[in-house]
Design a protein around this ligand. Structure first.
Ligand SMILES: *Cc1c(COP(=O)(O)O)cnc(C)c1O
Length: 380
């Protein structure tokens, strides 16, 4: 239908300097964790106001390790949102604790803090909030709840590098803060993650959990006193991360520009005319990792999202969906979760779509995507 090249919903952009830096690592004779990892950790730490930061090979193990450092395990409950990548809940199971889902706010699509507080029991030890699409929750309220109930917070900021709250960068404050550098994230290493920590003792534990529980001393001293895994980042990945991270300010500014243009193109009457819901128009906190619409149900009974995705694809536009509600996946149903328990998440999870949003996108691309959305919804 379209003469223009296919517009994907996400695409990594790696510049030539970064590709050259990766080549240098490969030629250097040291390709696993080494000087590039150290340099990346130092840059991240400076970016987060001097807080200690350690890198890992995913944004999943970062959260698992934070839970282990906090001493969370069997018998403990951890509250999180049902609208996230399944990793957020899987890590809770991985450490032997019990995930408890609290429903989301229909406007922000993040965990509803009132429902979060209502879900707290004497067994609750921690909360994993997710900043979906890069939009933070109300951090003042979140940390007030944590203080009142003596809870650890592991912020799943996988999508929120470059986001801020009241002028402070996400990661520069708070408790544990976890980021992902997976291929679709605003800054990528191909795969990777980092965890912002609080104390030297937490750093020591993070380093042990990252590599088989090993502590080294002297020339040949080696001991293992906790069970760790194999979660270290390589210098190859860190070289990509350093090259990407150098552009963080420009790429965040560009994403905000694209988001502004989306709003302008959709226009003030879009929601009333088409019955779809735009994201909150936030241009100070969010890094606009995603631009997500919640679709209206279809009058003809066809599945609204699958039909929309298919028709957008036919118009040359890629559409993502983030995410199906975690509590309705078989692994979680088997633990007693079912339809009707989290009605807002169930509706949003069924109807939410992610429009194209990536660093090398142009305003023309936004205009193309919006024209296609309107055409598809008009025919629905
Ligand atoms: C990407 C992502 C993760 C997992 O990160 P990986 O690096 O893929 O392990 C977790 N939570 C959210 C919200 C994410 O977007």
């Amino acid at each position: 239908m379209s003469q223009l090249p296919f517009l994907p919903f996400s695409k990594p952009v790696i510049d030539e300097a970064t590709i050259a830096a990766v080549g240098e690592v490969l030629r250097s004779g040291w390709i696993t964790s080494g000087p590039k990892v150290q340099a990346f950790e130092a840059q991240l730490s400076a970016y987060f106001g001097g807080r200690p930061v350690r890198t890992f090979n995913s944004g999943t193990c970062t959260m698992e390790i934070a839970l282990r450092i906090a001493g969370i395990g069997p018998g403990d409950e951890v509250i999180t949102t049902p609208i996230s990548w399944v990793a957020t809940a899987n890590v809770i199971l991985e450490v032997g604790a019990t995930p408890v889902f609290a429903d989301i706010d229909p406007l922000t699509r993040n965990i509803d803090l009132e429902r979060l507080e209502a879900a707290i029991t004497p067994r609750t030890r921690a909360v994993i909030p997710v900043y979906l699409a890069g939009l933070p929750v109300d951090m003042d309220r979140l940390y007030a709840i944590a203080r009142r109930h003596n809870l650890r917070i592991i912020e799943d900021a996988a999508q929120a590098l470059g986001s801020s709250w009241n002028g402070q960068r996400i990661g520069a404050g708070g408790d544990f803060v976890s980021f992902s550098f997976q291929a679709n994230k605003n800054v990528t290493c191909s795969e990777g993650g980092c965890l912002v920590l609080n104390t030297a003792e937490e750093v020591r534990l993070a380093e042990k959990y990252r590599l088989q529980g090993v502590t080294r001393s002297g020339f040949d001293g080696l001991d293992v006193d906790v069970l760790g895994g194999k979660f270290n980042m390589t210098d190859v990945a860190a070289a990509i991360g350093l090259g990407q991270f150098a552009h963080i300010e420009a790429l965040t500014a560009h994403r905000r520009e694209l988001a502004r243009h989306y709003f302008k193109c959709f226009g003030d009457d879009f929601e009333a005319t088409y019955g779809a819901q735009l994201p909150p128009a936030d241009f100070s906190s969010s890094n606009w990792h995603l631009f997500q619409l919640v679709l209206p149900e279809r009058a003809d009974g066809l599945p609204a999202r699958a039909t929309f995705m298919e028709q957008m694809q036919a118009r040359g536009i890629g559409i993502g969906y983030h995410y199906p509600p975690i509590h309705l996946l078989s692994l979680y149903r088997a633990r007693g979760w079912q339809e009707g328990m989290l009605p807002v998440a169930e509706r949003v999870g069924r109807l939410i779509v992610s429009l194209p949003m990536f660093t090398s996108m142009t305003k023309d691309d936004v205009e193309r995507a919006v024209a296609a959305v309107k055409a598809v919804l008009r025919d629905a």
